[in-house]
Design a protein around this ligand. Sequence first.
Ligand code: ZN
Length: 279
Amino acid sequence: MTLSPARLGSGVTVPPLPPNSPLLRARVYQADDQTVIISMHPRAGTLFSGLTTVGSNGVALGIGRSTTASSALRLPNTRPQTPNSDPSPSAPLPSLQNGRNVVIIDPGHGGSDPGAVGIGNIHEADVVLEISQQVASILEQQGVQAIMTRTSDVDVELEPRVAMAEQANASLFVSIHANAIDMSRPEVNGTSTYYFSSGESLAQTVQNSIVQALGMKDRGIHSARFYVLRKTSMPAILVETAFVTGAEDARKLADSSWRTQMATAIANGVLQYLQGRSR
Ligand code: ZN
């Protein structure tokens, strides 16, 4: 597939292919400054069943084996192919796909909304996007399908973030933010995690993971009526990773190796929660 003119967003990768995938290999790369190429090597007997638009900024590609089940290669910002676009209605969907965990990773703010702006002109929208991309890539490496609500610095309203989770029938929703208080309070630092209803246990697991791995000041978990927590039907949390206005925290947020540690701690918390639930 040749996309031109197009630029490859940062952190865009092909998701891990399940063992029974009709694809043997797939890759995505910037061929030149105008062209993105998605190259796929299917197994013999692969049926290409067409393209479907998904929402306003997504495309799903239908690929399947004519004798077995179909699968869908998901491009960033797309949602899984719906069963009624399956070219062979009698074929069952792969059980892997049914049993697979889908986790929504929601970097807060973006585009015209920079979120909180703190010490050293740190923009919440930028640091949480980078942390979120790393969380998603760690989850994908562990066989969890991660869908991001934004993959670049763009405006996304709250409603489509929730709609994306509902349409993907996601198992979990993880919103990632950075906290802020008045610039005259640099002594306020630390991590807190919010939930609304069913997210309490996920919130505690992720909060513990962060506090243990990074030694962050533990500001605890709290119930809150944030839109993305109230309107999602799956366990949902909102992580306030650190304070952009905190003297200690702003230094950490500006450090790329700390951001990677934060992403790892969040991903580990999510994985622990999923493992605990599947037992
Ligand atoms: Zn925020």
